[in-house]
Design a protein around this ligand. Sequence first.
Ligand SMILES: CCCCCCCC(=O)SCCNC(=O)CCNC(=O)[C@H](O)C(C)(C)COP(=O)(O)OP(=O)(O)OC[C@H]1O[C@@H](n2cnc3c(N)ncnc32)[C@H](O)[C@@H]1OP(=O)(O)O
Length: 194
Amino acid sequence: MSRVPPVWPPVEVEPPQRHPDAPEPGTKLGPHYAHCFGCGDAVEHGLHLHTVADEDMTIRAKFTVTEAHQGAPGLAHGGLLACAFDEALGATVGEQLRQPAVTGRLETDFLRPVPVGSTLHIVGHLDGVAGRKVYASAEGRLGAPDGPVALRARALFVTVDLAHFVEHGRAEDLRAIAEDPSLLRNRQHFNINP
Ligand SMILES: CCCCCCCC(=O)SCCNC(=O)CCNC(=O)[C@H](O)C(C)(C)COP(=O)(O)OP(=O)(O)OC[C@H]1O[C@@H](n2cnc3c(N)ncnc32)[C@H](O)[C@@H]1OP(=O)(O)O
């Protein structure tokens, strides 16, 4: 079967406009929510993605695969790898546009197995905007920023109002944030206040 991907982005897009408050290249982004499985520091066996803003609408992220992330013996679970890309792409969109957005569609190509103990170096890029639709893509290299490509991913994010999270989030988790706003680690950027 051919691995030639379809045209990307799949619709006509405008070039994304970097928000004036988007973090400067080199800024460490930190977790956006303590209990986020992708980046949260309160999730013992989470992915703990470390993300840094970079030039040209990109972010760089690192994900180290632990024993807790196995699918086959000694190898990362594919769904968790997709999760790492969801997180990295979400950070790319959120940090560069400074607008809440959720994943509408995520596609992932797995090119190489990713062993436990290895680190994936992910670069996420904002590709274009069409109304509320935001297209982003990412590549993950094994072991080093110039290592072999292990995964590629493409995603459609859809921008939403903060009401999306208030309406759909579990009440006790929203209450916990109201009681301890520091759970939203990046709240100075997004000013989420449910
Ligand atoms: C820093 C933060 C890091 C966070 C990283 C993690 C990110 C996440 O995991 S977010 C959680 C997972 N995602 C979700 O829970 C989203 C669930 N889905 C939804 O809530 C809704 O379907 C939602 C908001 C995406 C879209 O619904 P709604 O607001 O009614 O808009 P809707 O009109 O259906 O869609 C908007 C546009 O997107 C398009 N679209 C939506 N979904 C898709 C899809 N899967 N494929 C193609 N196009 C789509 C629609 O066709 C529409 O296009 P157009 O404007 O051209 O008509």
